[in-house]
Every structure is written in structure tokens, then in C-alpha cells.
Design a protein around this ligand. Structure first.
Ligand code: ATP
Ligand code: AH0
Length: 368
């Protein structure tokens, strides 16, 4: 176990949008952010992405050899470019997430990675929380607490991650620890970019609706939006979490629409899900800081600015890196695990009491 000192940790995230792996160095003692370090990205090729997509929804067992090789190769290639890392936080690729049923499944073997990198690896961050009755997600909120304090926020703010799935964290930075009751409320808002990617992939062979180019030419179909908002998920109280494809009905709702109207409507659905989610905040936040790929979609950002009662900004406006926040989060969480600190709490995953998720694998030759 690490003593109290700070280390340079390397976090890696392969997110639900299946575009690639992000990696980032963070200097932290697991409580404070001391410094941000270098970062990198390793895109999945079209073939690799197809292999991962075919594995979505699968639970541990036979038949995942190819997908596992994709995840591990991409991580080894990327992470071996960071020789200064003292500890690695390896999230892996979520293939399936059903916290109240079969559990949660992140593909990738942290023990094998530790051997390849000759560095201790913290991994399997979600299953302990799920085993104790939590949602197992989102886990970035403890890092959002550290970010809020790092940027000097004194009043509650929200972080909104618009990845494949959206997640929102309301944080009160006056709390001295992230696990304190009332410091954090977090949950998945709804689908964000994943269904838009699926739509433009299926219809036009594109990876994403870059810069909202398609959505900006279309109109939101209000009937489809209403049907979407009728989903039971939006009436559930947080904490709550989603699997990537829990809202596969979205594609059906826009099937008859033109490409532009379908993209506009799906973008509107992602934004409307956030607006619904904001109703759950314990108090109105000063501002919403947006991270994840969706902040680069001006149509989505405009819808949020118009629909929310507080200013909406990309996290870059406060000096953070919205492409790397999740990778940095898993660096931060890795250090917390190594120090025996909790990584989730009732306000973030609904777990009964604060819990430290994650297991540590060490290469034979290294002691942490
Ligand atoms: N310029 C852009 N215009 C529109 N959308 C964009 C742009 N850049 C990125 N995106 C969207 O953001 C997605 C990537 O976001 P991000 O990397 O935050 O997702 P992720 O980490 O895989 O997902 P999650 O947070 O759900 O795990 C892309 O797949 C794309 O849909
Ligand atoms: C099960 C799982 O992998 N969930 C992801 C996903 O992507 C966004 C949202 O849904 C969030 O709950 C989570 O990721 C981020 C990194 C989190 O745990 O905070």
C-alpha cells in the first residue's frame, strides 16, 4: 500500500463510444491534484472497433479472445509510451453493465498489463461497488470533487460528461472529503453520443456527426422526443446508471425521419435527458462544466445553454482538458485504491456506504 505521498499515476480509459483509448498522467496523493502531466490517445481502427462492437453485451466467458486482444494491444501500445508512471489505473472496455442483475463487465486483464508494463496496475474498479449493492458507475465523481477544489470553486457546480453515455456530477466543493454525505450527487443522464454515432454510422458510414454538421440542418421531431422522455429511466431517482445500448429504442423512434432531422432529434434527446437530470440537483449549480466529446458538438452545446438555467461551458474554460478528464479520473482513483481510500459513496453510486473498488496487480519484479 502507498504511504501518504504523491505519485505520478497513469490513467487509461476506453469509453463507450468505442473511438479509442485515452491515457493521461496525473500527480496526486489520491486527495489533491498536484499537477497534470502528458497525455496520449490511441484510436481503434475500423476493424478493431467492429470487433469490440460485436462483443458488446457479452459477459466473461468464451468467445472474447479477439476483443480482449484488441483492448490489450491498444493499451500496451499506448501506455508503454509513458515511462515515468509509478502506478497505472486501467479501466478496460465496458462490454455489459447490469448492476441490479448480472453485474458489470469491463474487458481487459490488469494482471497481464502489469507484466507487460512492469508497473503495478489497479483495475476492475466497478465490481466491488456492484457487489455491495451500488450502481458501479459513474466513478469519475470523486475526481470531479478534486477538480472542483483544484479550480478554486467555492459553491456547488456540475460536471457533465458527454461521452457515449452522459453523466452528471453535482459537487459541493466546501466538503473536505468526497465521501462526505452531501458532497456529491451523480448519475448517468441518458444516452449522449453513442446513438448518434450508431445512426450516422448505419445511414452514412460516418464515425460521428462531426461538429453537429448534420443536426444543424435538421429539426427536432417533438413527438419522438416526447416518447423518448416517457421512458421509465427518467422517473427513477438517482443514483442510477446505464449500459451503452439501454436506449436502443432511439433508433426506432427516428427511423422514418430524414438524416438531418434524425440527427437533430437524437441530439435533442441527449440534451433533454440532461435537462431532466438537472432537476435532481440538491441546489442550483453556479455553472455546468462540460467534458467529453459532446462538448465539441455546437448543436448539443447550444441546446444545453438554451435549456438550462445556469451558464454552460466546456471544461477548458477553467483550465481542464475535456478529452482527458476520464483518463485522469482513473489515475486519481488508482492512487485512492492504492492508499485504501474510497472511490464511491452513497451519493455517487447508491452503494450503502463508501467503498474502495479496484484490485491491484503487481509485476513479479516490482513492489509498490
Ligand atoms: N467535433 C465533434 N463533433 C461532434 N461530436 C464529437 C466531436 N468530437 C467528438 N465527438 C463525439 O464524442 C465521442 C467521443 O467522446 P468521449 O471520448 O468523451 O466518449 P467515451 O469516453 O468513449 O464515452 P463514455 O464517457 O461514455 O465512456 C465521439 O464518438 C463523437 O460521437
Ligand atoms: C459502466 C460504464 O462503463 N459506465 C460508463 C459509461 O460512460 C459514461 C457513463 O456511462 C459512466 O457511468 C461510465 O463512465 C465514466 C467514466 C464514470 O464511471 O464516471
Amino acid at each position: 500500500m502507498l504511504k501518504d505521498g504523491a505519485v505520478w499515476a497513469l490513467g487509461a480509459m476506453s469509453g463507450t463510444s468505442l473511438d479509442g483509448v485515452d491515457a493521461a498522467m496525473l500527480h496526486t496523493d489520491g486527495v489533491r491534484i498536484l499537477d497534470f502531466g502528458t497525455c496520449g490517445y490511441r484510436a481503434y481502427s475500423a476493424e478493431e472497433r467492429a470487433t469490440l462492437k460485436a462483443a458488446l453485451g457479452r459477459w466473461p466467458g468464451a468467445g472474447l479472445k479477439d476483443a480482449q486482444a484488441v483492448v490489450e494491444t491498444a493499451h500496451v501500445e499506448l501506455l508503454s509510451q509513458f515511462p515515468g508512471a509509478q502506478l497505472v489505473g486501467f479501466h478496460g472496455q465496458t462490454l455489459a453493465h447490469d448492476p441490479k442483475g448480472r453485474g458489470t463487465h469491463q474487458l481487459g486483464d490488469g494482471a497481464a498489463l502489469a507484466k507487460h508494463l512492469n508497473c503495478p496496475v489497479v483495475w476492475d474498479f466497478r465490481s466491488a461497488d456492484v457487489a455491495l449493492g451500488g450502481e458501479g458507475a459513474p466513478l469519475a465523481p470523486f475526481f470531479h470533487w478534486a477538480c472542483a477544489r483544484h479550480i478554486g470553486a467555492t459553491r456547488p457546480i456540475c460536471f457533465l460528461n458527454l461521452g457515449g453515455v452522459g453523466n452528471l456530477t453535482w459537487v459541493d466543493p466546501s466538503a473536505n472529503r468526497p465521501e462526505t454525505d452531501g458532497a456529491l450527487l451523480a448519475f448517468d443522464t441518458g444516452p449522449a453520443n453513442a446513438p448518434i454515432n450508431d445512426l450516422v454510422g448505419e445511414r452514412l458510414g460516418l464515425d460521428c456527426d462531426r461538429d453537429g454538421a448534420l443536426a444543424r440542418k435538421g429539426q427536432v421531431e417533438e413527438g419522438a422526443l416526447e416518447l423518448f422522455l416517457d421512458e421509465g429511466y427518467f422517473r427513477k431517482m438517482p443514483p442510477k446508471s446505464l449500459d451503452r445500448d439501454d436506449f436502443s429504442l432511439m433508433l426506432d423512434l427516428v427511423r422514418e425521419l430524414s438524416d438531418a432531422d434524425a440527427a437533430a432529434t437524437m441530439t435533442g434527446m441527449a440534451a433533454a435527458a440532461v435537462m431532466q437530470g438537472m432537476e435532481h440537483c440538491p441546489s442550483p449549480p453556479d455553472r455546468v462544466l462540460v467534458t467529453g466529446g459532446g462538448r465539441k458538438n455546437p448543436v448539443m452545446m447550444r441546446m444545453l445553454s438554451v435549456g438550462l438555467d445556469c451558464p454552460v461551458h466546456p471544461v477548458e474554460d477553467v483550465g481542464l482538458d475535456g478529452d482527458m478528464l476520464e483518463a485522469q479520473a482513473f489515475a486519481y482513483l488508482a492512487v485512492r485504491v492504492a492508499r485504501g481510500l474510497p472511490t464511491s459513496a452513497p451519493g455517487t453510486t447508491g452503494v450503502a456506504a463508501p467503498v474502495g473498488g479496484g484490485q491491484i496487480s503487481r509485476p513479479d519484479s516490482v513492489r509498490c
